[in-house]
Write a protein that binds this ligand. Structure first.
Ligand code: HEC
Length: 142
């Protein structure tokens, strides 16, 4: 009986360790996904600041960004509240609002894609505003 208890306790500890590792993975994925978004934003900002308009660069970075925002929505399951320091606990209390801000950003990225050279600056400005809208509410200083 005692042996069974020890084995049981060892199995539980292993499962707990796995669950913790899985949750930590969500935190790492959040950072990596936002870093991708940041990288794409930087490439678009170059154009906004005066670099030559390049369809391929716009297409590539807005597509990457829209994909990243899609993925970002899967990285906040219940139980992962403490997996990263910069994600506010308010996210879990306001998941619907958080997801609205996320899809707003995704839509804005795709609008930059279709804006064309003449509409680029205005669409880029709108996209930048969607980053700020979410960060002010749900991103903590890390
Ligand atoms: C729906 C909410 C939301 C939107 C929209 C959003 N972010 Fe974030 N962002 C976050 C959160 C939450 C974090 C903190 C992630 C973490 O570490 O858990 C973050 C972190 C970041 C980071 C830091 C990544 C790191 O750890 O190094 C960058 C860079 C970033 N965001 C860029 C952007 C840019 C650029 C946009 C707009 C194009 C944007 N974000 C839009 C929520 C958002």
């Amino acid at each position: 009986m005692k042996r069974n208890w020890i084995i049981g306790a060892a199995v539980s500890l292993t499962m707990l360790g796995t669950a913790t590792a899985v949750m930590a993975g969500f935190g790492e994925d959040r950072e990596a996904t936002m870093k991708e978004v940041g990288k794409s934003m930087k490439a678009l900002a170059e154009i906004a600041k005066g670099a030559a308009y390049d369809d391929a660069i716009v297409e590539q970075n807005t597509t990457a960004m829209a994909t990243a925002f899609e993925k970002f929505g899967t990285l906040f399951p219940a139980g992962s509240e403490t997996a990263s320091k910069a994600a506010s606990p308010d996210i879990w209390a306001n998941m619907e609002d958080f997801n609205t801000l996320r899809t707003n950003a995704q839509t804005a990225a795709l609008k930059v894609q279709t804006s064309g050279q003449d509409g680029f600056k205005a669409a880029f400005g709108e996209l930048a505003a969607t980053c700020k809208a979410c960060h002010t509410k749900y991103r903590l200083a890390d």
